[in-house]
Write a protein that binds this ligand. Structure first.
Ligand SMILES: [Zn+2]
Length: 456
């Protein structure tokens, strides 16, 4: 294991990353003679200067309405420099020029041995160290990668590998290890050609759109844009079921970019609601469903660990509404006149280290006879899922949906490593259990006061 602790100190790495993006600071550091790390980051800085125009040209221009309201000036995010690294001595190249890639630096440590630097979009940030890189090799050869994160962030996701971006497999257990300090090492036997190494198989805005279009078509609907992200990407939703003043089931997802298993659960849940079954048809005759499966497209495309393009955790913005992504959904509901009494249930899909459902402690529907009580009982009768109720304080979606829309609300968390078959079984059961409860609901309680809620 000697040589495995070659990562620089966290502050050095992030310092270098910041320097690459700050001409003033770089100049100051040069004056002080502290150029050791700057040298490593100088190519990135030059690439930034060269590519700054390209990066903005690649993005669709935000519509006028968004440009006047998007708070791009208060961005806390350090933009990722999109570039390639080439090492002729090994016939190897690396790059971060794919959507959802995240790679901040590459250093050759020896023959076929490389340190891979991954920095988050901002710091401090929730420790979900997403990474994504492409390797190109001239010939078959062995490669040894050491992942390095600033500020002591620990490696989290077992690498997923793909030669074509379509078929993915998890790295072999004997080729991948994480030591007690959270340092990860991946050994690869490369073929000639390219290999993608990502934290999770990327699921991109185009994939969300294709899935939404297919599922919506099954129930005679189609996706529509209800707003735009900071970088001007459309925020899409689709709606189906009963019309008019029918109670609404509100389903949202992917506020946090890395949370792939949460998306898989959302898909299984919604597909069950949209299925051509007697239960689902009866449900759709009484209840309307609104699905917004991707609330943070910029974060997904930029390979962010947590935030939107401004580096803001949008699941702390359901109250401040300082970001266009949260404002857009709030305004969509307001434009439809959807407020307290109309939303029968709200569910927000995420991923974390284990399967857990976060609920609101004050929610009267958690009492026997209530919707949340009935649903949770049905889930726990079949699966080992913990419910964690807490007082509605922070401006997360769940608390806003409960405190401002009067809806029973849950943050549905799926473990990072929950197998696809298992999470789909849980998600389908979640839908099967909820449908009869919403089709014949008990009396909807009045919107609660929520004295502790920090939202507006
Ligand atoms: Zn999350």
């Amino acid at each position: 294991m000697t040589g495995f602790f070659l990562r620089p100190s966290g502050s050095d790495l992030l310092h270098g990353f910041e320097m690459a993006h700050s001409p003033d600071r770089r100049a100051q550091q040069r004056k002080a003679g502290a150029i050791t790390h700057a040298t490593r980051w100088l190519p990135a800085a030059l690439a930034l200067l060269v590519m700054a125009g390209c990066a903005s040209r690649q993005l669709p221009a935000p519509p006028a309405a968004t440009a006047t309201t998007a708070s791009t000036d208060d961005s806390r995010a350090t933009p990722q420099v999109h570039r390639a690294w080439r090492f002729d001595e090994d016939g190897i190249g690396f790059d971060n020029q794919l959507p959802a890639a995240r790679l901040s630096g590459v250093e050759r440590l020896g023959d076929g041995l490389y340190r891979i630097d991954i920095a988050p979009e901002t710091h401090p940030v929730n420790p979900s160290p997403w990474y994504g890189l492409r390797i190109r090799s001239d010939a078959p050869r062995a490669l040894d990668l050491r992942f390095s994160y600033p500020h002591g962030y620990r490696h989290r996701y077992t690498p997923k590998l793909s030669r074509d971006g379509r078929d993915w497999r998890e790295a072999d257990a004997q080729a991948f290890e994480v030591d007690a300090d959270g340092n990860a090492r991946l050994r690869l036997q490369l073929d000639a050609g390219e290999l993608r190494v990502f934290a999770q198989p990327p699921f991109l805005p185009g994939d969300f759109e294709a899935w939404s279009t297919r599922v919506a078509a099954q129930v005679g609907a189609q996706p529509h844009a209800f707003g735009h992200s900071v970088q001007g990407r459309p925020l899409q939703a689709f709606e189906f079921g009963a019309d008019g003043d029918a109670p609404l089931l509100l389903v949202v997802g992917r506020q946090h970019p890395p949370e792939n298993t949460g998306t898989q659960a959302l898909m299984g849940f919604v597909e069950t609601l949209a299925a051509d079954t007697p239960q689902a048809r009866a449900f759709r005759s009484k209840v309307r469903v609104l699905v917004a499966p991707l609330l943070n497209p910029d974060g997904v495309v930029e390979g962010h660990w947590r935030g939107n393009a401004n580096g803001v955790d949008i699941n702390r913005d359901w109250g401040p509404f300082a970001q266009p992504e949260t404002r857009a959904l709030r305004d969509l509901l307001a434009a439809r006149g959807i407020g307290p009494g109309r939303v029968a249930f709200a569910i927000d899909f995420h991923s974390t280290f284990r399967d857990v459902f976060y609920t609101v402690a004050e929610d009267p529907s958690r009492a026997p006879g209530g919707v949340l009580h009935g649903w949770m009982a049905a889930m726990q009768a079949r699966f080992d899922i913990e419910e964690k109720p807490s007082v509605a304080r922070s401006p997360v979606f769940k608390n806003w949906a409960f405190c401002r829309l009067g809806a029973p609300a849950v943050t549905y968390e799926v473990g990072d490593t929950t197998p696809a078959g298992e999470l789909h079984e849980v998600a389908r059961h979640a839908a099967h259990s909820l449908m009869p409860l919403l089709a014949d609901p008990p009396a909807v309680p009045a919107a609660p006061a929520c004295p502790s809620f920090a939202g507006g």
